[in-house]
Design a protein around this ligand. Structure first.
Ligand code: PGA
Length: 256
C-alpha cells in the first residue's frame, strides 16, 4: 500500500483529484468505481472544478440502500447526480448505481458483476472507510472474497449515517454493496480518509493483521492500493514518519 499523508484535508483531496485526472488523461474511456458519503464530496467538487472530459468514462457505484426510492434525498442515486454527475459531461447510460428497488435483488447483483466485467473491469476504485473499517458496505466479518450482494448494516453504521437522515430509525438496514472480492479486482484502488474519527480504523487497516474484522485491511493484498489521509486520520499510524519520508522522496516520475 502507498500511504500518502497530507497536512490538510484540502491537500489530500488535491492529491486524489490529480490521480484521477491523470487516469482520465491517460485513458479517456476509463472505468471508475465511485463512492458516496461525506469523504468523497470535496474530491467531487475538485474534479468538477477541473473541467475534465467524462464523455467516454463509465462509472460503477459501490453501494445503495435497499428500499429507498431513487428520488429520496438520501439515496445514493440522488447523492451522485446532485454532487457529481449533473455537473460533468458523462453520458447517462455510462452511469451504473445499484438499484435498491430492483424486483429481484440477487439477480440484479449478479447482473451488476457481469456489467462490470463487460465494461472491461474497474480501472480505479475510489473508497471511503467506515469507523468500523468497512469498505463499500462490507461490514466487519464480510467474506474477503465476497461479490455484489445484499448486506445488513451494523448498528454502528446506522448510527454513523443517521446524521444524513432525520433520525437513526430512518436509516435503512439493508443495502446492496459490491463485494470485497469485486473491489479487489479493480486495477487501482484509492482509499480516502479524513478526520480523527477514522484514525483507529485506518491504523488497523494499514498496520494491523489482515482480518475480516477490519475489511479495509484486505487492501494490504492489493498491488496498487493508495491511501490518501489528512493528519487527523493518520494520527494513530505507528509508521507515519516513514510514510511521509517515502512520499517526500518520491522520484519525479512517480509524482502525481
Ligand atoms: P463517510 O463514510 O465518508 O460518510 O465518513 C465512509 C464510509 O462509510 O465508507
Amino acid at each position: 500500500m502507498e500511504i500518502i499523508i497530507q497536512p490538510t484535508t484540502e491537500a489530500a483531496v488535491s492529491v486524489a483529484a490529480r490521480i484521477i485526472a491523470r487516469l482520465l488523461h491517460d485513458k479517456p474511456d476509463a472505468v471508475l468505481g465511485l463512492a458516496t458519503g461525506s469523504t468523497p464530496l470535496p474530491l467531487y467538487q475538485a474534479l468538477i472544478a477541473m473541467n475534465l472530459d467524462w464523455s467516454k468514462v463509465t462509472t460503477f457505484n459501490l453501494d445503495e440502500y435497499i428500499g429507498l426510492p431513487r428520488a429520496h434525498p438520501q439515496s445514493y442515486h440522488s447523492f451522485m447526480w446532485e454532487n457529481l454527475f449533473q455537473h460533468i459531461n458523462i453520458p447517462k447510460e455510462n452511469v451504473h448505481i445499484p438499484d435498491g428497488h430492483a424486483p429481484d435483488i440477487p439477480k440484479f447483483c449478479s447482473d451488476y458483476e457481469i456489467k462490470i466485467h463487460e465494461a472491461g473491469g474497474i480501472d480505479l476504485q475510489l473508497l471511503g472507510i467506515g469507523t468500523d473499517g468497512h469498505i463499500g458496505f462490507n461490514e466487519p466479518t464480510s467474506s474477503l472474497t465476497s461479490r455484489t450482494r445484499i448486506k445488513t448494516l451494523t448498528q454502528q453504521t446506522c448510527a454513523d449515517n443517521a446524521r444524513f437522515f432525520g433520525s437513526e430509525r430512518e436509516v435503512p438496514h439493508h443495502v446492496i454493496t459490491m463485494g470485497i472480492g469485486t473491489i479487489m479486482e479493480a486495477r487501482q484502488i484509492l482509499l480516502l480518509a479524513f478526520g480523527c474519527q477514522k484514525a483507529r480504523a485506518v491504523a488497523e487497516a494499514i498496520e494491523g493483521p489482515i482480518t475480516s474484522m477490519n475489511p479495509a485491511s484486505v487492501l494490504q493484498m492489493h498491488q496498487t492500493a493508495k491511501v490518501c489521509l489528512d493528519e487527523a486520520a493518520a494520527a494513530k499510524l505507528q509508521r507515519a514518519d516513514y510514510f511521509r519520508w517515502v512520499y517526500d522522496h518520491k522520484p519525479e516520475w512517480q509524482d502525481f
